[in-house]
Ligand binder design. Sequence first.
Ligand code: BJW
Length: 230
Amino acid sequence: MQYQNIVILTGAGISAESGIRTFRAADGLWEDHRIEDVATPEAFIRDPELVHRFYNQRREHLLQPDIRPNPAHLALARLEDTFPARVLLVTQNIDNLHERAGSKNLIHMHGELLNLRCITSGQVFPNHHSVQADRRCGCCDKSGTLRPDIVWFGELPMQMEMIYDALERCDLFISIGTSGHVYPAAGFVEMANSVGAETMEINLEPSKTQSAFDRHIYGPASSEVPLFVD
Ligand code: BJW
């Protein structure tokens, strides 16, 4: 393979064919929920019960036995297996389908649905259960301090230093299944372009940032990603 450092960014579109709703489609999550009500730190202060209910429903859905990694997740894990140390996978998704497919060099830049964080200590706890807003925290023994370990609007995404470092060194950047509406992820393609990397978008339709990419593949991720990888 001609590439030494590959950064792959994934978004909700890669998990759509596993049965997880995207955000901005006509049947997407933002059709039923207002961002300001469920995905901001202010919403959590105002109505923690509502925010927990939103994430409880999504957690319960993710843990259904029929929700599994699809051929696109599996193909990315194979790519990493074939070229270890050359592939960094950065996902905006909070599901666990990449790790279940076998990806290891993985950053969840918008957090993880199966983790809770104590707002007092910052400690992160794995959690597969529904959460009530008044649940007592195991570390500080206070109630109301546990929040989903998710990056909401206005909050700093996770592990940004490591991501920027990888982007500065990459020679191939691939964006899969993301609409390009949310920053800073939507700006990664420009960073990759600025260091001379080849850039490619794989998506069902042209994204908001499509003009920034050198190459485009339009179609369902479950067929297009394996075709590209294998
Ligand atoms: C398929 C398919 C199939 C379907 N096959 N494809 C400029 C610079 C920096 C920040 C900003 C800026 N301008 C504004 C901001 C602030 C804000 C922002 O971006 N606002 C915009 C709306 C304008 N950003 C933030 O607040 C972020 N924080 C931040 O900026 O901190 C400051 C800072 C950062 C860095 C350095 C210094 C300072 C935080 C953003 C947090 C996003 N959180 C959410 C919700 C939480 C997680 C959750 O509950 O799940 O994350 S919002 C939601 O959107 C979720 C997603 O991860 C994110 C992206 O959505 P995604 O994945 O693109 O999904 P969709 O639905 O939009 O698109 C799916 C695509 O798939 C479509 O194109 C389909 O066609 C396609 N598709 N089926 C292939 N089968």
